[in-house]
Every structure is written in structure tokens, then in C-alpha cells.
Design a binder for this molecule. Structure first.
Ligand code: PLP
Length: 374
């Protein structure tokens, strides 16, 4: 037996043959495939981060504040800016919202339990679910007479009643489709479910005006969780900080599964410095929204089918062979995401220059690549 066979024989049977999360990290001139911010951290914030890490460095012989108290206060204050008061005891954080989701599944999922999501949605939801031994149930989106990727309350409720999951994932704005959910869907799913309802709002800051957050529904709903991240609008993907807001009792349960001291001192220092400059860190959100709207308009003008977006990316259909288009764009130096939906690709809204590079490359391909019904 070679080493691979030895390892495969030892591996948990439910993990054999699985493929790992693998968005390509290629060195290309225009990388628009993972919904990062294209804008570097502003110099003022870099200076604040550097000073904070330097100040903390001599104390790295000690473990970090296990309760990340100052970070929780800062995150609660940041969420409070939207108008909903959030207490620091309602906040939990991790190394990216992916770790926060992992804590939720470790505490509320596990062998013999199930989690339901409405596909296509964030590809990490089923991966995190199954790594904790929780069974994944693929729910469906799609509303007759509306958008192919919309999810309405009636359809969601039927699916929740049928499967009675321990955890339900909603994603709003939804990745990879881009559109936000109405709060009526969140409320109806909460009422229909017995288990946890997790609303992944990674892209909330990019939503179109008037899009409400599920944060407004937290009061009196102890099974509701809203997850957020600093990786997208906050332009801090490399900092690895995600967080959630929920009832303090639910937050308390997460202490049972997290590793002690899971947020390093440098991580806490960098995130605090960024939050102290929240306005500056969010300065490019409007510019990115403008590029997103430009992508939707121009792609429609090319005869392709963009999905309405509340995020910093656009899913577009109408491609005869989406993999061929993905390759054609890459050959022109533009990396977008093939999310595995036939005839569709997803592109992140970057700087105006990056957006132009993408649109020019796509326009060159469209005469031969357009064709399939959306
Ligand atoms: C990008 C993304 C995240 C963020 O993950 P982090 O671990 O915080 O970087 C979470 N949810 C969705 C839907 C995303 O697209």
C-alpha cells in the first residue's frame, strides 16, 4: 500500500472520496473570483494595525484574552450602527465566519442530526456541516413566475416541515446568486423550524438601499443566529475575523466547542484597529456597488442574463458553455468563478479598471459564447 492508500483506509468513511474546498488561487492580473475587496487597506489603518501589533508583541508570551472582550464590544458597537442595539454578550467571533459556522455545527449539529440549506447557496455550508458528522439536506430554490434562484416563504416552509432539520441555513444576500431574502422568509422559516436558523449575512453591507437585516428579528427569537464577516465589505479577508449575533444563551453554548484562546492576540489587535476606523474601511463600498450595478447593466446589454445583486458580485447566465467562457476570460488575464451551475459564471465587482478589463474580455467572447437559455 502506498501512503495515500494507508491514509484512505484510516480516514472516516464519510470523508473518503470527498474533494476539499478549492477556489483556485492563481496569480493573474485581474482576480475576481473570491469576492474579496480589490482595495488595499488604507495607509492610516495600516499604521494603526502595525502600532497595535507592536504594542501587543512583547506580551505574546501570554495567551490572548479568551473572551476577546474588547473585540466583542467593538463588534457590538459596529452592528449597532445599523440601528439595532446589540449587546456584547450577544456577539461571538472566530477566525472567519467559517469558524463561527463550525462552532454552530459542533454545538447544534453532529451525528444523527441534519442541516438544511437552499441550493445554490454558499458551498461551505454543506462542507462545514458534513465535517461535523451532521447530515446535509439539499433544499431547493426557484419560484415559478419569479427568478429561477429566488426563495419564497411558502416554498421554504414546505421544505423545513418535510425535513425537520436541526439547523437551517439561509444566506442573504445569497452567494452565489446575489439576491437578498425578504425578512418574511426568515420569519416564516423560524416559525416552521424547531431547530437553529442561521442567516449568513456575509454581504449585508453591500445590499441595495432598503434591504433589512435579520438582526432586527433577533429580539425574542433565541434560535435565530445572524453571521457576519470582516472579509468582504470590511476589506479584511486576510485578517480572518467573522462573527455572529444571537441570544446570549446561544453564544454561551459555543464556549463548549471552541478551542481555548482561538482568537490570537494579533488577530484581535488587527480587528480592533480596523473597527476603530470603520468608516475608512467601508469607504469603498459605494464604489464597489456602482461597479456591481454597471456589470449588471452591461452584461444585460450583451444579451446575457445577470441575476439582480445585493452583494459585491454578479451571477450571470446565458452562456453556451460556461467552462469555455471561464477559460477564455482566464486566457485574457481575468479570473472569475465557475460555481458549478451550468451556463452561469460569477464575477466579483472590483475596481473600475478591473471591471472594465472583465467587461472588455467578456464582450470579445460573447459573439461565440452566448446562446444557452438562462
Ligand atoms: C465569503 C463568505 C463568507 C466569509 O467567510 P470568512 O470565513 O468570514 O472569510 C461567509 N459566508 C458567505 C456566504 C460568503 O460568501
Amino acid at each position: 500500500m502506498d501512503a495515500r492508500e494507508v491514509v484512505d483506509a484510516l480516514l472516516r468513511p464519510d470523508l473518503r472520496g470527498r474533494t476539499a474546498y478549492g477556489a483556485p488561487q492563481l496569480d493573474v492580473p485581474v482576480a475576481l473570483n473570491t469576492n474579496e475587496s480589490s482595495y488595499p487597506v488604507p495607509a492610516v489603518v495600516v499604521a494603526a494595525m502595525t502600532a497595535a501589533v507592536e504594542e501587543a508583541a512583547a506580551g505574546l508570551n501570554r495567551y490572548p484574552d479568551r473572551e476577546f472582550t474588547r473585540l466583542r464590544e467593538a463588534l457590538a458597537a459596529y452592528l449597532g450602527r445599523s440601528g439595532t442595539t446589540v449587546d456584547p454578550a450577544q456577539v461571538w467571533a472566530g477566525n472567519g465566519s467559517n469558524e463561527v459556522l463550525l462552532h454552530l455545527l459542533q454545538a447544534f449539529g453532529g451525528p444523527g442530526r441534519t442541516a438544511l440549506g437552499f441550493t445554490p447557496a454558499y458551498s461551505m455550508h454543506p462542507i462545514i456541516t458534513t465535517t461535523t458528522g451532521t447530515a446535509w439536506v439539499d433544499g431547493m430554490r426557484g419560484v415559478a413566475g419569479a427568478g429561477a434562484f429566488d426563495l419564497d416563504a411558502a416554498s421554504a416552509v414546505v421544505q423545513v416541515r418535510e425535513h425537520r432539520p436541526d439547523v437551517v441555513f439561509l444566506c442573504s444576500p445569497n452567494n452565489p446568486t446575489g439576491t437578498a431574502l425578504g425578512l418574511d422568509v426568515v420569519e416564516a422559516v423560524y416559525d416552521a423550524a424547531d431547530g437553529l436558523v442561521v442567516v449568513d449575512e456575509a454581504y449585508a453591507e453591500y445590499a441595495r438601499a432598503g434591504t433589512p437585516s435579520a438582526l432586527t428579528l433577533l429580539a425574542g427569537r433565541p434560535r435565530l443566529v445572524v453571521t457576519r464577516t470582516m472579509s468582504k465589505a470590511f476589506a479584511l479577508a486576510g485578517g480572518r475575523v467573522g462573527y455572529l449575533a444571537a441570544d446570549p444563551a446561544l453564544v454561551d453554548a459555543l464556549r463548549l466547542v471552541r478551542m481555548p484562546y482561538h482568537l490570537s492576540t494579533p488577530t484581535q489587535a488587527v480587528a480592533l484597529a480596523a473597527l476603530a476606523h470603520a468608516d475608512l474601511m467601508l469607504e469603498t463600498v459605494d464604489a464597489v456597488r456602482a461597479q456591481r450595478d454597471r456589470i449588471v447593466d452591461e452584461i444585460a446589454r450583451m444579451g446575457l442574463s445577470p441575476v439582480p445583486s445585493d452583494a459585491n458580485f454578479v451571477l450571470f447566465g446565458g452562456l453556451a458553455d460556461s467552462h469555455a467562457t471561464w477559460q477564455g476570460l482566464l486566457d485574457r488575464g481575468v479570473l472569475v468563478r465557475d460555481v458549478g451551475i451550468a451556463h452561469y459564471l460569477r464575477v466579483t465587482a472590483g475596481t473600475p479598471e478591473e471591471t472594465s478589463a472583465f467587461l472588455d474580455a467578456l464582450a470579445a467572447l460573447v459573439p461565440t459564447h452566448a446562446g444557452a437559455a438562462p
